[in-house]
Write a protein that binds this ligand. Structure first.
Ligand SMILES: Cc1ncc(C[n+]2csc(CCOP(=O)(O)OP(=O)(O)O)c2C)c(N)n1
Ligand SMILES: [Mg+2]
Length: 897
C-alpha cells in the first residue's frame, strides 16, 4: 500500500513516475526541500504555459506545517512552565465554579480557556512584550470568554488579590475591584485594551490595528519597530463575517506585524464546528488564498515517532480522511475507542500502535497542547516577513475536565463542576490541595517567593512588564485651536449656498492646517469621498498606500488627481463600513495603544453606520475611542433620490443608546464649527473618553453668522434661534423646535403662521435632542433623590419656562427622536412632535417632506391644532389651514405606507 496508490492505479507509465520520484528524492536529499519546491514550481509553470489547467490547491496534508527538524527549540524550563500552567488552570476553573456556587446565576466559562491555556502561556512566557522604554509593546486580543485564565495568571503574578477573583462578574458590589466577565476597557481601564467578546469584532479590529501601526510608521509618527498584534479567536468564531471578512486586506498589504492564533478545539457552543469536515483545512485554504502564511499546529510531539514511521503515508491518509466529529469522539471516548475506530481502520495504522497501551494512545497530544510545538509555531510566526501569519492550533475543548466536559458537546456551558469532577481536575494537574478542602474549590497560590511565581515574574520582567495593561492617557499635551480659528465656517455664507457636509469638510481642512493637530487628522472613507466632496484631500494629503503608487492615475492631468502615497494621510478603506469603522477605532484608540493621540473622522452614508455596524460602534464606546463619526447625507427626506435603503431617520436614536457618544444634528455651518471645536477640545486637549456622532446633510442653503453667545446652547443641545418678542396680552404664541434641515422648514412655518394667522413664534434650534434628554433625566433623578433640596431645573425646562406654549418640534428623524424631551416641558406646555416614521422612498425633497408631514405647511398646521386644543384659536382656523395649505385629510399614515 502506498500513499500514491490511487494515483498510481491510474498511472499510464509507473516506471517513468518512479524515475521522476527518485529524482525528486535526490534533489531533496542533496539540496533540500526549498530547491525541490523551486523545481516543482518551474514545472507547474511550464505545464501551464503549454496550456495545461493546473488549479491552485490551497491546502496541504493534515499534519504540522513545521516539520520536527525545523522547529525552533523552546528556551526556558518546560517542567516549571507546566507547573505554572496547572496552577493557572486550577485558579481559572475555581473562579468560575465558585462564582456559580453563589446565588445569582453569574455564569462564566471553563472549557474554552482549558483548551487554550498552553497557547496563552507560551505567549506570556516568551513572546509578548509589554510597553517599556525599549519597546512600544505588543497588542494581544484575547478570546473574550477565556478571561478567567488571564485573571488567574495575574493573580499568581500578584497583580490581582484573592478577593478580586471572588468578585469575578460581581462588578456592582465590587466597586472597581471586580473583574469583568469579558475584556472591557470601560470597566477595567488599566487592564483590558480591546473588547473581543462579541464574536468577530476582535479579528477585524486586529487587522485594522495592524494596518494602523504601519500607517503611523510610514507617516513617521512612530518609529519602525517589530511590535506585533496577536489575535486569539475561536474556530466557531470564524463563521462571523467580520472574522474573515478583512483577511485579504492583511494579505494584500503584507501585514507581517499581525498574527492570528485560531484555537481549533473543533467545537463551538452547541456542538462541533465542522463535524463532517475539517475546520483547520478549511481555514488553511481561506487564509492561504488570501496571502497569509498558514501554520498548522495539528499534532503534539507524541505523534512525531508515529509520523516518522509512516513511510507509506497511511497514517497521513487516515488523518486526512477522518472528520472533526470523529476526532472529537476520540477525545471524548478515550484510548480504546481511538485504537478501534481511528487506528483500526487500516492494518498499517493498527499495527503502528499495537505496542502502545490505551493510556498511551490517549496521551497522543494535539499541537495546541504541546508547548514545544506552540513555541516553534510562535517563533516562526514572529519571524515571518512580508505576510501575516495564522496559526491553526488543534486543541481539545474542556481539556482536563474529564467526564464533566472534555470534548463533550455541552461543555461550553459547563460552569458548575461537582465534587468528583473537581477532584479529577486536581489529580490530573497535581494541585496540592487536600481532599478535605476540595469541596470549597479554594484558590491556590504558591506564595510570592515560590519558584513558580519567581519564574513568572522573571519572564515578564524580561519582556518589559505585565500584560495585559492599558494606558489611560497619551503623554503629549496637545492644545486645540480656539473657535476663532474656525471663522471661515462660523461666519455666514451670505447669498452663497452650501451644505453642512461642505462646512464640515472645511472644518477638517482647517484642522489639517493646524500646526499641532494637522498631522494627527485621519480622514477615513469607505469609498465615498466624492459623495462628501472630499476628493480635494486626495491630492492635498494623499491616500495611504503602503507600497506607494505604482501606476499613472487616469486623472493625473487634473489638479485633484487620485494620489496614492506611502505617506498618504487619507485612509481609503474601499466598500467596507465595518472596515472603515475598525480602522477608525484603531486611530481613535491610538492615544492608548501607541501613546499617540490621533483625530480620526470616519465619514459615511449615515444609514450604513450605527444600523449596519452598530456592534462595532458599541465596542468603540467600551474601548474609550476618541474621534468623530460623521453620518453624511443624513435625514429621511434630505437624502431624497436614493430611497428606502439610504434614507436614515433613526441613527441618532442608536447613537444615543451608547453612553459616551455625543450626537448632534446641526443645521448651520456655525453649529458644525462650534461642535467640532468643542469636540476636539474635549477629546484631544482634555483627553475625555467620549466620541462624537455628527450628521451632516447634502442640501445647499445659505447660512447665517454665529449668533452671539449661542455657543454654550449649541453644545448643550438647544438655543434660541429667533425670539418672537414679548407677546401682547392674549396674543397666541408658539414655541417651534427643530434641527437639521427641517429646522429650515420650522423657520418657514413661523413665517406662514405670522402671515396667514397672525401667530408669532419663538424659534429654537436643537442640535442635540440626545444631550437634552440626558440632562433632563439626570436632573429628574437627582431631584427624586434630594426631595428637600433646591430642585434642579432641566436645561430644556429652564429655556422654555415663562414662554407661552404650545411647543411643536419637527425633525427629519422618527418622532421618538424629538419626543425624548417631552418629560421636561414646563408644566402645562403642550408638546407636539412631527417626524419621519415609516420607510423612506425616492422623490423630491418637497414631496418627501409633504409625504412625511414635516414640511412648513404641516408644521404650521400642527401649531394651529395645538393652539386650538389650548383654546387659543378656533378649530375653524385649523380647518382653514388644512384647506389653504392643501393638506390631504384622508392621507394614510406614512408609517403604514
Ligand atoms: C456575536 C456573538 N454571538 C454569539 C456569542 C455567544 N458565544 C460566546 S462563545 C460562543 C461559542 C464560541 O465558540 P468558538 O469560537 O469555537 O470558541 P471556543 O469557546 O470553542 O474556544 C458563542 C456562540 C457571542 N459572544 N458573540
Ligand atoms: Mg471552538
Amino acid at each position: 500500500m502506498d500513499q500514491l496508490d490511487d494515483i498510481l492505479n491510474q498511472d499510464i507509465d509507473p516506471t517513468e513516475t518512479r524515475e521522476w520520484m527518485d529524482s525528486l528524492d535526490a534533489v531533496i536529499h542533496h539540496d533540500g526541500t526549498e530547491r525541490a519546491h523551486f523545481l516543482l514550481e518551474r514545472m507547474v509553470d511550464s505545464t501551464r504555459r503549454a496550456g495545461g489547467y493546473l488549479p491552485f490547491d490551497p491546502t496541504t496534508e493534515y499534519v504540522n506545517t513545521i516539520a520536527p527538524a525545523n522547529e525552533a527549540k523552546m528556551t526556558g524550563d518546560a517542567a516549571m512552565e507546566w507547573r505554572i500552567r496547572t496552577l493557572i488552570r486550577w485558579n481559572a476553573m475555581a473562579m468560575v465554579v465558585r462564582a456559580n456556587r453563589k446565588p445569582g446565576e453569574l455564569g462564566g466559562h471553563i472549557a474554552s480557556f482549558a483548551s487554550s491555556a498552553t497557547l496563552y502561556d507560551v505567549g506570556f512566557n516568551h513572546f509578548w512584550r509589554a510597553p517599556s522604554a525599549d519597546h512600544p509593546g505588543d497588542l494581544v486580543f484575547h478570546q473574550g470568554h477565556s478571561s478567567p485564565g488571564i485573571y488567574a495568571r495575574s493573580f499568581l503574578e500578584g497583580r490581582l488579590a484573592e478577593d478580586q477573583l471572588d468578585l469575578f462578574r460581581m462588578e456592582v458590589v465590587g466597586k472597581g475591584r471586580a473583574l469583568s466577565s469579558y475584556p472591557h476597557p470601560w470597566l477595567m481601564p488599566d487592564y483590558w485594551q480591546v473588547p473581543t467578546v462579541s464574536m468577530g469584532l476582535g479579528p477585524i479590529q486586529a487587522i485594522y490595528q495592524a494596518q494602523f501601526f504601519k500607517y503611523l510608521e510610514h507617516r513617521g509618527l512612530i518609529p519602525k519597530s517589530d511590535r506585533k498584534i496577536w489575535c486569539f479567536m475561536g474556530d466557531g468564531e470564524c463563521d462571523e463575517p467580520e472574522s474573515l471578512g478583512a483577511i485579504s486586506l492583511a494579505g494584500r498589504e503584507g501585514l507581517d506585524n499581525l498574527i492570528f492564533v485560531i484555537n481549533c478545539n473543533l467545537q463551538r457552543l452547541d456542538g462541533p464546528v465542522r463535524g463532517n469536515g475539517k475546520i483547520i483545512q478549511e481555514l488553511e485554504g481561506s487564509f492561504r488564498g488570501s496571502g497569509w502564511n498558514a501554520i498548522k499546529l495539528v499534532w503534539g510531539s507524541y505523534w512525531d515517532p508515529l509520523l516518522a514511521r509512516d513511510s507509506k503515508g497511511v497514517l497521513r491518509k487516515l488523518m486526512m480522511e477522518t472528520v472533526d466529529g470523529e476526532y472529537q469522539a476520540c477525545k471524548a471516548f478515550g484510548g480504546a475507542y481511538t485504537r478501534e475506530h481511528f487506528f483500526g481502520k487500516y492494518p498499517e495504522t493498527r499495527e503502528m500502535v499495537a505496542n502502545l497501551s490505551d493510556d498511551d494512545i490517549w496521551r497522543l497530544n494535539r499541537g495546541g497542547h504541546d508547548p514545544h510545538k506552540v513555541y516553534a509555531a510562535y517563533h516562526a510566526a514572529s519571524n515571518t516577513k512580508g505576510m501575516p501569519t495564522v496559526i491553526l492550533a488543534k486543541t481539545v475543548k474542556g481539556y482536563g475536565m474529564g467526564a464533566a466536559g472534555e470534548s463533550q458537546n455541552p461543555t461550553h456551558q459547563q460552569k458548575k463542576l461537582d465534587d468528583e469532577s473537581v477532584r479529577h481536575f486536581r489529580d490530573r494537574f497535581q494541585i496540592p490541595i487536600s481532599d478535605d478542602k476540595l469541596k470549597d474549590v479554594p484558590y491556590y497560590h504558591p506564595g510570592k517567593d515560590s519558584p513558580e511565581v519567581q519564574y513568572m515574574l522573571e519572564r515578564r520582567k524580561a519582556l518589559g512588564g505585565f500584560l495585559p495593561q492599558r494606558r489611560r492617557k497619551a503623554d503629549a499635551k496637545l492644545k486645540t485651536p480656539e473657535l476663532a480659528a474656525f471663522e471661515q465656517i462660523t461666519k455666514g455664507t451670505g447669498e452663497r449656498e452650501i451644505s453642512t457636509t461642505m462646512a464640515l469638510v472645511r472644518g477638517i481642512n482647517l484642522l489639517l492646517r493646524d500646526k499641532q493637530l494637522g498631522e494627527r487628522v485621519v480622514p477615513i472613507v469607505a469609498d465615498e469621498a466624492r459623495t462628501f466632496g472630499m476628493e480635494g484631500m486626495f491630492r492635498q494629503i494623499g491616500i495611504y498606500a503602503p507600497f506607494g503608487q505604482k501606476y499613472k492615475p487616469q486623472d493625473s492631468d487634473q489638479l485633484l488627481y487620485y494620489r496614492e502615497d506611502q505617506k498618504g494621510q487619507v485612509l481609503q478603506q474601499g466598500i467596507s463600513e465595518a472596515g472603515g469603522m475598525a480602522s477608525w477605532m484603531a486611530a481613535a484608540t491610538s492615544y492608548s495603544i501607541s501613546n499617540q493621540a490621533m483625530l480620526p473622522f470616519f465619514i459615511y452614508y449615515s444609514m450604513f453606520g450605527f444600523q449596519r455596524i452598530g456592534d462595532l460602534c458599541w465596542a468603540a464606546g467600551d474601548m474609550r475611542s476618541r474621534g468623530f463619526l460623521v453620518g453624511g447625507t443624513a435625514g429621511r427626506t434630505t437624502l431624497n433620490g436614493e430611497g428606502l435603503q439610504h434614507e436614515d431617520g433613526h441613527s441618532h436614536l442608536m447613537a444615543g443608546a451608547i453612553p459616551n457618544v455625543k450626537s448632534y444634528d446641526p443645521t448651520f455651518s456655525y453649529e458644525v464649527a462650534v461642535i467640532l471645536q468643542d469636540g476636539v477640545r474635549r477629546m484631544i486637549q482634555e483627553q475625555e473618553d467620549i466620541y462624537y456622532y455628527i450628521t451632516v446633510m447634502n442640501e445647499n442653503y445659505s447660512h447665517p453668522d454665529l449668533p452671539v453667545g449661542s455657543e454654550e446652547g449649541i453644545i448643550k443641545g438647544m438655543y434660541l434661534f429667533k425670539d418672537g418678542g414679548k407677546p401682547k396680552k392674549g396674543e397666541p404664541r408658539v414655541q417651534l423646535l427643530g434641527c437639521g434641515t427641517i429646522l429650515r422648514e420650522v423657520i418657514a412655518a413661523a413665517e406662514l403662521l405670522e402671515k396667514d394667522f397672525g401667530v408669532k413664534s419663538d424659534i429654537w434650534s436643537c442640535p442635540s435632542f440626545i444631550e437634552l434628554r440626558r440632562d433632563g433625566f439626570d436632573a429628574e433623578r437627582w431631584n427624586r433623590l434630594h426631595p428637600e433640596a433646591e430642585q434642579r431645573v432641566p436645561y430644556v425646562t429652564g429655556l422654555l419656562d415663562g414662554r407661552q406654549g404650545p411647543a411643536i418640534a419637527a425633525t427629519d428623524y422618527v418622532r421618538e427622536f424629538a419626543d425624548q424631551i417631552r418629560a421636561f416641558m414646563p408644566d402645562g406646555m403642550r408638546y407636539t412632535v412631527l417626524g419621519t416614521d415609516g420607510f423612506g422612498r425616492s422623490d423630491t425633497r418637497a414631496h418627501l417632506r409633504e409625504f412625511f408631514e414635516v414640511d412648513r405647511y404641516w408644521i404650521a398646521h400642527a401649531a394651529l391644532a395645538a393652539l386650538a386644543k389650548d383654546g387659543k384659536v378656533n378649530a375653524k382656523d385649523v380647518s382653514r389651514a388644512i384647506k389653504e395649505y392643501k393638506l390631504d385629510q384622508d392621507k394614510p399614515n406614512p408609517l403604514t405606507m
